[in-house]
Design a protein around this ligand. Structure first.
Ligand code: SF4
Length: 487
């Protein structure tokens, strides 16, 4: 399945070696989970860095890290990139990063921005508290640290909100040249495969072991490049599914790869009935697994998974299921452009401070009549006016998956004829379609826009005596959002 000219050499090399030693201590891991030979460490560094120098992607934050002479700007730029890259793919981050750095090229510029502007810029990137933390961090740097970004891993960790162990190590090594390993999701996968670490990768014992390995392996001359090379390897070669072992620069060091090869050899010998006593005496990682080792696999090996037997993760909790009634309320705008009613979410919790269509959480299934009644009551608190249930049009359901919530929006729409309809609360506003597209709204709200339709058949109602101006169809707006969303 995974075969290259390196395999045989690696397997032979491994067979020639003395079997890795088992330990009897409950606290000590089996020695094959470590890199005990300094020559192997030196070799791995050079193989990985040679590969990285040839294969690395040109990314805007890498360019800044390599070329920006001002350490304060460099640290700020890498910090922004690392926060954006948490939980988000490089391809998505690139454009956001470029726009962000163009608008706020220094930490002082970011501190001068408002949270609303930051939320606007972040809209669509997800995990919105990250933008808020960056803004808080910039304010802290400017007000408490005289505008100077922290210059060590420890101070990054202690002084910047939202900066954890990984982010501090990544920024410290990439921007400041500090010699420290950095362990993110990609690195966890690579290291677990390299050293056949099969225990729960979220456990404290595995976490500490991985940080120990990363600190052993990191190249003291090029710590930032080494850490980025490990991450790049995990993102492009040692991928969660379908890893490209035949193209892997560190394959000769990989226990998972060797194990697959040995297993295949054993299986084919078994098939041929040739598994001699001598061959079966070959030490396999499985045979060496210790019940007392906190890093050895706790689950049996699955042939079909190959190297993907590593790492091992606990089963994910199923997401919470929520249903939200939501209403797209439109009115003719003063400038001829249709306007939409939006309400701001609380400043804490999920999607803090973002704007959304009015709505409310519901439990269980509700009839359409019950839904309209509930939305009438909700809109009354915002508009101070009673809308009869017959004015609502049921649109449909939109599903949006957050990290831990399976959200279903049950969408209704109302098209008002009165351009003077006012909001009664401070946290609501009318936005034109162009303003809405620029506003701090979540992807879920955009999905509601895209999936909704307020066709020409929609009922247009009038709250006061004012005549409506031109009534635009919501569908034209949704079309525009769809194009933006899919680009
Ligand atoms: Fe490389 Fe494959 Fe080992 Fe990953 S599993 S480190 S891609 S040889």
């Amino acid at each position: 399945m995974f075969y290259s000219p390196h395999v045989e050499a690696a397997a032979k090399h491994w067979r020639r070696r003395d079997p890795p030693k088992k330990t009897s201590s409950a606290a000590s891991p089996c020695t094959y989970h470590t890199f005990s030979d300094p020559a192997h460490v030196v070799l791995l560094r050079s193989q990985l860095l040679n590969w990285y120098d040839k294969e690395k992607r040109e990314l805007p934050w890498r360019t800044v890290a390599e070329t920006e002479p001002d350490v304060n700007i460099r640290t700020y730029a890498v910090w922004v990139s690392e926060i954006m890259l948490q939980q988000t793919q490089v391809a998505t981050v690139r454009d956001y990063y470029n726009r962000w750095m163009k608008r706020w090229p220094t930490v002082q510029d970011l501190a001068d921005a408002t949270l609303e502007e930051v939320n606007q810029m972040w809209a669509g990137l997800g995990y919105y508290s990250r933008g808020k933390r960056l803004h808080e961090g910039a304010l802290k740097v400017v007000t408490e640290l005289r505008g100077q970004m922290p210059q060590t891993v420890d101070s990054l960790l202690k002084q910047l909100p939202g900066v954890g162990r990984y982010t501090a190590a990544a920024v410290g090594s990439i921007a400041l040249g500090q010699v420290t390993g950095a362990v993110d999701g990609n690195v966890i996968r690579v290291l677990c495969r390299l050293r056949a670490i099969g225990a729960d990768s979220t456990s404290a014992a595995v976490t500490e072991a991985l940080w120990g390995l990363a600190n052993t392996l990191v190249d003291p001359e090029r710590p930032g490049d080494f850490n980025q090379a490990m991450m790049e390897l995990g993102a492009r070669v040692c991928t969660p599914k379908g890893p490209l072992c035949s193209q892997c620069p560190v394959q000769p060091h990989c226990h998972a790869f060797r194990k697959v090869h040995v297993k295949q050899e054993q299986n084919s010998k078994k098939l041929l009935g040739k598994l001699s006593r001598k061959a079966s005496a070959l030490p396999d990682i499985e045979d060496l697994s210790s019940e007392t080792c906190q890093l050895c696999p706790s689950e049996p090996w699955v042939d079909e998974l190959g190297v993907q037997n590593f790492p091992s993760k606990p089963a994910k909790k199923p997401p919470r299921v929520e249903r939200t009634l939501t209403c797209v309320v439109a009115r003719p705008g003063q400038q001829g452009e249709e306007e939409y009613l939006l309400r701001q979410r609380p400043n804490k919790g999920l999607l803090a401070g973002l704007w959304e269509f009015p709505g409310l959480l519901v439990e269980g299934e509700n009839s359409e009549v019950q839904q309209k009644r509930a939305l009438c009551a909700e809109l009354r608190t915002i508009l101070g006016t009673h809308l009869t249930e017959s004015l609502f049009q049921y649109v449909g359901e939109v599903v949006h998956i957050f990290s831990h919530i399976h959200q279903t929006y049950v969408v209704h729409s109302v098209c008002l004829k009165d351009s003077d309809t006012q909001t009664q609360t401070g946290n609501a506003q009318w936005l034109t379609r162009s303003a809405l597209q620029e506003a701090a709204v979540s992807t879920g709200v955009k999905k509601v826009c895209v999936s909704s339709t307020c066709t020409q058949k929609s009922k247009k109602i009038k709250l006061s005596g004012a005549k409506s101006s031109r009534q635009l169809s919501l569908s034209s707006f949704f079309k525009t959002v769809k194009e933006e969303s899919s680009s």
